[in-house]
Design a protein around this ligand. Structure first.
Ligand SMILES: C[S@@+](CC[C@H](N)C(=O)[O-])C[C@H]1O[C@@H](n2cnc3c(N)ncnc32)[C@H](O)[C@@H]1O
Length: 277
């Protein structure tokens, strides 16, 4: 039964994580400025186009795409998270709407010129099945453009907090690199195989290097990283507030050491992925 598929992710994004993402949506949008600029350049949305924003979250990219396609175009965001869609609908421009659905199974019609995502397509239990469904949303001649993460060791924004926190956290089993989650598309050969199987052609995967702009305060940056992102997931299993305080203090110290030109801005390493439908 497909209702059972992606059930863990639905629970995850519908629960406290979704609410934290709403709370930090403005931080997130500032943090992601480099990734945003890269993926929006790649997508090159044009006036009059119809765009599908997959895993649109609180809808910042949906709004930017809506501005790019103008009043004669339209953007539809699709997401599984009730709190994030609530936030997206509050800020929606006139030429955007949002669907509460699993993008892997929603009965899309072939009506979109551009299928877009900012870090919203790495969470499917069966990515080939999900992308085969997403492919149905593309018009003949339509295109796909998304940004996803390269492997963890290349992402300083993950490694620095993780290493600082490690002495205070119980050892965790090695992560399954193919499990749904932020790093599930770290291997470009896997991404290419998934997209090709799903019916996409001319798959192109390029590096995007940039910074995560966490702001001027190391302690604010550390707080954000304990609320959203991989370290927050590890902390979800920690009940002891004293341990959480120690982790925050250690991450603050590590970020203090990274500060440059008054900003905490660890390196980000992403893939920019494009294809034709
Ligand atoms: C890392 S967040 C990115 C959100 C947003 N694109 C952004 O950049 O702020 C991943 C998003 O994908 C959504 N998502 C996960 N699995 C999904 C699915 N099967 N169908 C639709 N959305 C999904 C989550 O609810 C979440 O909003």
């Amino acid at each position: 039964m497909h209702e059972e598929r992606n059930a863990d992710q639905k629970k995850f994004w519908d629960g406290p994580t979704g609410q934290k993402w709403v709370q930090h949506q403005d931080d997130m949008n500032r943090n992601m400025a480099d990734a945003n600029a890269g993926v929006l350049r790649l997508a090159a949305a044009k006036p009059g186009e119809r765009v599908l924003d997959v895993g649109c979250g609180a809808g910042q990219t949906s709004g930017l795409l809506a501005a790019a396609v103008g009043p004669s175009g339209h953007v539809t965001g699709v997401d599984i998270s009730t709190p994030l869609l609530g936030a997206a609908r509050k800020r929606a421009p006139n030429n955007a709407d949002f669907i509460h659905a699993d993008a892997a199974f929603y009965p899309f019609k072939p009506e979109y010129d551009l299928i877009f995502s900012r870090f919203g397509v790495m969470f499917f239990d069966d990515p080939a099945e999900a992308f085969a469904n997403i492919h149905k949303a593309a018009k003949p001649g339509g295109r796909l453009a998304f940004v996803c993460w390269r492997p963890v060791p290349e992402n300083q924004w993950v490694i620095v907090p993780a290493m600082a926190a490690q002495p205070f956290l119980p050892p965790s089993p090695p992560a399954d690199p193919l499990a749904p989650g932020p790093f599930a598309f770290a291997d470009p050969k896997r991404v290419e195989a998934i997209l090709t199987k799903a019916g996409f052609r001319n798959v192109k995967i390029d590096k995007l290097d940039g910074r995560m702009h966490l702001g001027p305060s190391a302690s604010d940056a550390a707080y954000q990283m304990t609320q959203i992102g991989p370290l927050s997931r590890a902390l979800n299993n920690v009940e002891d507030e004293a341990v959480k305080d120690k982790v925050r203090a250690a991450v603050t110290k590590a970020f203090e050491g990274l500060k440059k030109d008054g900003e905490v801005a660890p390196a980000i390493a992403c893939w920019l992925v494009s294809a034709s439908a």
